[in-house]
Design a protein around this ligand. Structure first.
Ligand code: GLA
Length: 384
């Protein structure tokens, strides 16, 4: 039985136990890992994430009134609100993602039905694998289906991002919500974050995607994230463009002398990262894992030195991975300051990778790493 089957069974059973009713709809949305294209989405740039085989599952039954009752298995906590008046909850903050979705959908003109629902997931929380985008996306999907309308993947992603920006208060880009809706099994997802054009990129055979959790909390992340965004906006303004996406590496090299530090380095990261995404996508499409791996390595160096969003533990994890034979590339993934690394590993090297990376990381930091070998999965979907 897969982890998803177990989550679905748990969600159904809990709905019965807590609300005394059978589910009419069960759905799942995945977490994600970003292969390359970090801190580019909010610069209208390119990203290449994939949906992973860890998910948030929701089992629900509609109600005849405007109440929403939620039970979180992971938090062992209930939350309740009325669709007539949606406010933030500081006690059950996990419920703000669902509240935010209801708020944004109604604001966009979609009438919603109330429901009783159970939420359960196995996306590690706070590890940078987008458990929040997963809960937003599955909640949007459930509201759509129970209320009788359906959004396209890009529309749903936009609304989920808006909920996170305006209701939860995190100014994230669109990558996480987009891949939670539109991911595809065995594929990475290339997204042009300006026009939301996307393409599924097949992952080469014989290569595993390993994700290593540093278990370092990402306390700095939201303040630093907003600072970096502001620095990029300033850089775009100084370079006379709408977004950093509009500057080629060559143009940047001609103009960089005129930029103050650290704006110059922030811009250099974003502009070079966009080029790396395009090159990595082409490399993966022709099965050239060596080149894709080298670009992943360069991405880490750029995030560490120019964008300055790595930390000691991420650097240790990356170095430990690169010392293992059969590793094509290793870098920090997600917003940074802790969280996870992503690694492109030859399938036959995976066992050695697990052992050696965990051992080195423990030796240097005293922390026990978690290592997940991830499959690329589909985006949000109904479970039978
Ligand atoms: C977080 C945000 C994304 C993206 C990444 C950095 O995951 O939610 O939108 O900006 O950081 O690439």
């Amino acid at each position: 039985m897969s982890n998803l089957d177990i989550l679905a069974i748990t969600a159904r059973q809990e709905l019965n136990r807590v609300y005394g009713t059978a589910a009419t709809l069960v759905a799942a949305a995945p977490g994600r890992v970003n292969l390359i294209g970090e801190h580019t989405d909010y610069n209208d740039g390119y990203v290449l994430p994939m949906a992973i085989d860890r998910a948030v599952v929701m089992a629900a039954v509609p109600r005849d009134d405007q109440q929403v009752r939620l039970w979180s298995v992971n938090f062992g906590q209930e939350a309740e609100f009325s669709l007539h008046e949606i406010t933030r909850d500081s006690q059950a903050s996990w419920s703000n993602y669902v509240r935010g979705i209801a708020w944004v959908l109604q604001k966009a003109g979609y009438p919603l039905r109330g429901m009783d629902a159970v939420i359960v997931g196995d996306v590690p929380i706070g590890a940078g694998l987008s458990s929040s985008a997963a809960i937003e996306t599955v909640a949007a999907y459930i509201f759509e289906r129970l209320s009788g309308f359906s959004l396209t993947g890009p529309e749903r992603a936009r609304l989920c991002q808006q909920a996170e920006n305006e209701f939860v208060g995190m100014r994230c880009g669109i990558m996480d919500q987009f891949v939670a809706s539109l991911g595809q099994r065995d594929h990475a997802l290339f997204i042009d974050c300006r026009d939301l054009h996307f393409r599924h990129v097949p992952l080469p055979e014989g290569v595993a995607i390993a994700v290593c959790d540093t278990h370092v909390s990402r306390d700095l992340v939201s303040s630093a994230y907003n600072t970096r965004r502001a620095e990029c906006e300033q850089g775009a303004q100084l370079l006379g463009v709408r977004a950093l996406r509009d500057v080629s590496l060559r143009t940047f090299q001609e103009k960089e002398r005129g930029l103050p530090e650290p704006i110059r380095r922030r811009c250099r990261h974003v502009i070079s990262e966009n080029e790396r995404v395009l090159r990595a996508m082409e490399a993966l499409e022709r099965g050239d894992v060596q080149t894709a791996g080298a670009l992943i390595n360069e991405s880490h160096e750029s995030l560490r030195d120019d964008y300055e969003v790595s930390c000691k533990e991420l650097d240790v994890m990356v170095a430990a991975a690169r010392a293992v034979e059969g590793v094509y590339g290793a870098r920090m993934t997600g917003a940074g300051f802790g969280g996870c690394t992503v690694n492109l590993v030859a399938a036959e090297a995976v066992e050695a990778f697990r052992r050696r990376v965990a051992a080195t990381y423990r030796e240097v930091t005293g922390i026990e790493a978690s290592i997940y070998v991830c499959m690329a999965t589909d985006g949000v979907r109904e479970l039978g």
